[in-house]
Design a protein. Structure first.
Ligand code: FE2
Length: 198
């Protein structure tokens, strides 16, 4: 086997193990999510991930190789961290718990985006056009999931920032030398309103 084909096969074996682990982790992330849009995003990505496993199996067939998973320790670590985030989230505010879940999920997506990008380049170099097309399709799913997670996190971040400002606006707790540097109360209130409207 050529060294490039061997490398591609190894990458696909790693991805097969990574995706299989994710099909187990995503239902737990969906269950832990508080915001309905985040729950829906995890459920949608679970269906996509099942397709990713199928596309990998099809890629092995095209290459004439065994669809044999190779332990992906990186994904094992990311899934373990995701499990920790789920457990810690039980004691957090729903907003903070969701933002932590998104952070964990985006680490997973970025790992996959990197791995599929490399695998696609290898397939293209080898002239495995159909295999490259399948990998490209999955890469697109991972990128759009990452984009969706960012879109969901943006308003949650703004909401969390507003709550933090609300918690900090207490003039009695501010030392007198710092009070002088604070904008007038009315101005701060209007800033807060602007952020809320954004
Ligand atoms: Fe995937």
């Amino acid at each position: 086997m050529s060294q490039l084909k061997e490398l591609l096969t190894e990458q696909l074996k790693d991805l097969l193990h990574a995706e299989t682990q994710l099909t187990g982790a995503l239902p737990k992330m969906a269950e832990a999510a508080n915001h309905p849009k985040l729950k829906e995003a995890f459920e949608k990505h679970l269906v996509q991930t099942q397709n990713h496993v199928e596309r990998l199996r099809r890629s092995f067939e095209l290459l004439g190789e065994e669809a044999e998973p190779k332990p992906c320790r990186a994904m094992t670590g990311l899934v373990e961290e995701g499990q920790e985030v789920i457990e810690e989230g039980a004691g957090k505010e729903p907003l903070a718990a969701d933002l932590a879940l998104i952070a964990a999920a985006q680490k997973v997506e970025h790992y996959e985006i990197s791995a599929y990008g490399t695998a696609r380049s290898l397939a293209r170099q080898l002239g495995e056009v159909e295999c490259a097309r399948l990998l490209s399709h999955t890469l697109g799913d991972e990128e759009s999931t990452d984009f969706l997670l960012t879109a969901i996190s943006d308003p949650l971040l703004q909401q969390a920032a507003l709550e933090d400002i609300g918690g900090d606006v207490n003039l009695e707790s501010v030392p007198s030398d710092r009070t002088e540097k604070q904008p007038p109360r009315r101005q701060r209130k209007s800033q807060k309103t602007e952020r809320g409207a954004a």
